[in-house]
Design a binder for this molecule. Structure first.
Ligand SMILES: C[S@@+](CC[C@H](N)C(=O)[O-])C[C@H]1O[C@@H](n2cnc3c(N)ncnc32)[C@H](O)[C@@H]1O
Length: 392
């Protein structure tokens, strides 16, 4: 693990991190001295008031630790609006009304972009609901929408939990990767271990425990990992995808995130897994680096997403690299419509390059869509070009 020379946090942030470490140590004590990594990650990201997402860290954009697609360009949300509008139109043809539900809305940029895009397309939903684990972000989301789409703010509502049923369009960008992962290690002799967190010499450290029969063991065994291999499994993400699928009565779900289908994810060369941290736009390989101030994330296993959604009765509408999804949803036409005289046009050209270049976000990020009881007479915008569904 590296200990990078990175900018030190301010005194308040350092104190919040120390308080979080105290809370983690209490949890360790209560658990008998060993915490599964997934429990550590949940505390580090979502511990009330102190976790990375639930505390005061800046997180997004230039001031924060990472930049997501809706932060880069409003054209991202404009493309998703095309997909959403097709779903809402198909529902309207059946005489049904559909709303929009966004998970993990970050700063609220995607919500504002999507609402404005749907307004342009004449498909505004009556309700735009947001479900976010982070209460701290709610105020930021409200402020963003109040600034960029004030006339649409009264359509937005924040929910504390998943609705029981939902009709319409569901979307989440970079939400699945932020769900806690378990770390599993298969040693040279083929034995399975779960990697956990302990207190070592006054600091946090690692300890592996034999993985005994249970749901995680079953998931790890099914992966048929090579010997000498460490990887992540996200049981919470699996359960979440299943719950969202179960909640959808009619409509479609779109997930965008970085990750791979099974064969690429669990490739023998990726023997150290994909768990990383983000701190002030640097990649950090030590998950104990300033807990609560460092984002922790792993890549998404899209084959697992597919399996869970399929088992819950959703139909796959398409799986494509982000570049193909955005180009299919009219990204270049939307850029051209801005025109070179638009202020910030060159910044938008650069953002489009970043969103689509295979060396940046174009290939690593994927879009996957599912539908339920939705009679579509054409493929969904964004999924009418390259389709990688065979990889799932
Ligand atoms: C990396 S951020 C992405 C934010 C935003 N979608 C964007 O693209 O900028 C991850 C977000 O997912 C939220 N999140 C994580 N797990 C969640 C869950 N189970 N339900 C709702 N939101 C969740 C976090 O609170 C955070 O706002």
């Amino acid at each position: 693990m590296n200990t990078p020379q990175l900018p030190a946090p301010g005194a308040d942030a350092a104190a919040a991190s120390a308080a979080l470490v105290g809370r983690i140590q209490e949890a360790l004590l209560a658990a008998g001295g060993w915490l599964p990594f997934s429990d550590y990650m949940r505390l580090a990201l979502y511990s009330p008031g102190l976790g990375y997402y639930s505390g005061g860290a800046a997180k997004f954009g230039a001031e924060g630790d990472f930049t997501t697609a809706p932060e880069l360009s409003p054209l991202f949300g404009a493309c998703i609006a095309d997909t959403a509008a097709a779903v809402l139109a198909a529902l309207a043809e059946q005489g049904r009304h559909g709303d929009v539900l966004e998970f993990g809305a970050g700063t609220g940029k995607l919500a504002a972009q999507l609402l404005l895009g749907l307004e342009r397309l004449g498909r505004l939903p009556a309700r735009y609901s947001v479900v976010d684990l982070s209460g701290e972000l709610r105020e930021r989301q409200r402020a963003t929408i109040a600034t960029s789409a004030p006339h649409l703010l009264d359509r937005v509502e924040w929910l504390d939990a998943l609705p029981e049923t939902f009709t319409g369009f569901v979307v989440g960008n970079e939400v699945l990767d932020a769900m806690p992962c378990a770390l599993v290690h298969r040693d040279a002799a083929g034995r399975l271990f779960e990697r956990g967190v302990v207190r070592q010499d006054g600091a946090l450290g690692w300890q592996d425990r034999p993985l005994t029969a249970g749901p995680l063991h079953a998931l790890a065994t099914a992966l048929e990992l090579p010997n000498g291999y460490t990887t992540e499994i996200q049981p919470e993400m699996h359960a979440f995808v299943r719950s969202v699928a179960g909640m959808l009565s009619t409509g479609a779900v779109l997930w965008l995130d970085y990750g791979f289908a099974h064969a690429e994810y669990y490739h023998p060369e990726r023997h150290m897994g994909t768990l990383i941290g983000h701190y002030r736009h640097h990649t950090v390989h030590d998950p104990f680096f300033w807990p609560g101030l460092t984002d922790l994330t792993c890549h998404v296993d899209f084959s697992a997403v597919y399996r869970e959604a399929d088992a819950a009765g959703l139909a796959l509408e398409g799986y494509a690299p982000q570049a193909q999804y955005l180009l299919g949803a009219g990204l270049l036409d939307k850029l051209a419509a801005l025109g070179p005289d638009h202020p910030g046009y060159l910044a938008q050209v650069a953002a489009v390059q970043k969103l689509t270049s295979p060396a940046e976000m174009g290939d690593l990020f994927k879009a996957i869509a599912f539908s339920k009881d939705l009679p579509l007479d054409a493929l969904l915008p964004g999924f009418d070009g390259r389709d990688d569904s065979h990889k799932l």
